[in-house]
Design a protein around this ligand. Structure first.
Ligand code: XMP
Length: 508
């Protein structure tokens, strides 16, 4: 398989670079700048992309790399900090500008393999303070902006190209074309990263690895574990057992939908553990949000591992870990691999032959594509994020069966209405919250004193920041009307107009 290396110098768009390369049908992987050069040489990469980063090349504590990499005969594209680093490594002159260049800037190029089919003038996205005053020996300037005398440079004989801007962000008008040019014109890739191949190769690999042993997967009903289940089922059929712990905190009818999907569409053993009552008992009288999270998490794994203990001979343990969960960041201490809630710790008395993570090379959008190709229903493949503790973090105060029912019904109306008017595609996440506040209302001739439901809907790319969604008033009016009419014990609906920060997406 052709591979492009994204060498991570700590920039915020690094995953985006890899995703853009993969969108052009070439596999890209991200490694930290601390990766030894021998490892890079062994991997036979078709090309290397140096990412951006927040540092200055003058600061010796900032990420650097051995100059030798410029001479190993693999094409390189430097982006922003990566561009300055190439200049600095090659004894060019990098200076600090009095004013940072930030935002959409007009860029002009003078022709280059990486600018094939790119108009002479176009808009690019800049975000830098340091700039290249003089390119290193052997390099020629091939692009400028009003404030940047060397916005792009190349050394054709060495196959090294560098741009001061960010071609990976959509604000760079022809950025995608430039990355395409680097991959195909400079690195000579053919484009073999397609999802059909991925499914075929992974299924073959899983069959080889698993042989006639059993595999157990914890299925949550989320996108990742569902797609992992679909892949494993295709590979080894009923050697796969999926354990689905239903703690009663999912959305209305969701548990039944997960069970129906996997028992009717896929060959596997499906074990559903219904433990809503046990969870409610543990949560009785608990009001502190962190205590609730802890109890739900601990209890979930108690139930899950107990079920595993009942399974007899164990075989392999599979998880729906995806690529962003596994990437080592170039930002900090490179020995620390990000841990993620998907990667679970195992009790000492449970011994598997090994852990299988069939999706560990895929980004979320690729996981969804694989899911669709495996025939997993859209409802699961395009499911919006749902917190592990489920509705437990959407009920303020003590959780009771009655409150769960009110919230499930209100949330169902919201989702139904959004699906009917097609507005859901505009939202990253939307749901109802039960603040457990009662207010006075009037219904018919009667005074009511009942629950208030809050609607939360956000737009965001990464959930680190989020904006409250500007849902049209007539849609909100319809939702409010339906919730107060159709859901018992709700007489008022409010809309949360708080962004993140200062709020968070969830209320708890
Ligand atoms: P916040 O509330 O932190 O949410 O702005 C950001 C995203 O994370 C989800 N979320 C969780 N996911 N366990 C999870 O698996 C949790 O405890 C949890 N809390 C928040 C939230 O739904 C949103 O998508």
């Amino acid at each position: 398989m052709e591979k492009i290396l994204v060498l991570d110098f700590g920039g915020q768009y690094n995953q985006l670079i890899a995703r853009r390369v993969r969108d052009h049908r070439v596999y890209a992987e991200i490694l930290p700048y601390t990766t030894p050069i021998d490892v890079i040489k062994e991997n036979n990469y078709k090309g290397i992309i140096f990412t951006g980063g927040p540092n200055s090349v003058f600061d010796m504590s900032s990420p650097h790399y051995t100059k030798e990499i410029l001479d190993i005969g693999v094409p390189i594209l430097g982006i922003c900090y990566g561009c300055q680093l190439i200049a600095w490594m090659g004894d060019g002159e990098v200076k600090t500008a009095p004013v940072s260049e930030y935002g959409k800037i007009e860029f002009e190029h003078k022709g280059s393999a990486i600018f094939k089919n790119v108009p002479e003038k176009s808009v690019v996205w800049m975000s830098h303070t340091d700039y290249i005053a003089t390119p290193p020996q052997g390099f020629e300037i091939v692009g400028t902006t009003a404030d940047c005398p060397c916005a792009a440079m190349q050394n054709v004989s060495k196959g090294i190209y560098a741009v001061q801007f960010h071609p990976e962000v959509t604000h760079s008008q022809f950025g995608s074309q430039m990355l395409y040019n680097f991959i195909y014109e400079v690195c000579g890739c053919k484009g073999d990263w397609v999802m059909d191949n991925f499914i075929e190769n992974t299924v073959e690999r899983l069959r080889e690895q698993i042989g006639d042993k059993k595999v157990i997967l914890g299925l949550s009903g989320g996108v990742d574990s569902s797609v992992a289940a679909g892949l494993l089922s295709r590979a080894v059929g009923n050697q796969l057992t999926c354990v689905f712990v239903d703690q009663g905190l999912m959305r209305k009818d969701e548990g039944d939908f997960v069970e129906k999907t996997f028992t009717s569409l896929f060959d596997m053993n499906f074990v559903r553990v219904n433990c809503a009552d046990a969870f409610l008992e543990k949560l009785e009288g608990v009001t502190d949000p962190e205590d609730k999270r802890k109890i739900i998490g601990t209890e979930f794994y108690n139930v899950f591992w107990n079920e595993i203990r009942k399974q007899g001979e164990l075989g392999y343990f599979a998880q729906g870990t995806i690529y962003p969960d596994c990437i080592e960041s170039g930002k900090g201490d490179a020995d620390v691999i990000k841990t993620h809630h998907n990667r679970v710790g195992m009790p000492d008395d449970i011994e598997f032959l090994g852990v299988i993570e069939p999706l560990c090379d895929l980004f979320k959008d690729e996981v969804r594509r694989v899911g669709e190709m495996l025939g997993i229903p859209k409802q699961l493949v395009w499911r919006q994020p749902f917190p592990g503790p489920g509705l437990g973090v959407r009920i303020i105060g003590e959780i009771t069966a009655d409150k769960i029912k009110v919230l499930q019904e209100a949330d169902w109306v919201l989702r139904d209405e959004m699906a009917k008017n097609g507005y859901e595609k505009n939202l990253a996440q939307f749901f109802c919250v039960l603040p457990c506040v009662k207010t006075v209302g009037v219904m018919g001739d009667h005074r009511t004193y009942d629950h208030l439901v809050a609607i939360r809907a956000v737009t965001t790319d990464d959930f680190m920041t989020a904006d409250w969604a500007r849902i049209p008033y007539d849609i909100l009016a319809k939702v409010s009307n339906r919730i107060t009419n159709e859901v018992e014990h709700v007489n008022r609906v409010v809309y949360d107009i708080t962004s993140k920060p200062p709020g968070t997406v969830e209320w708890l």
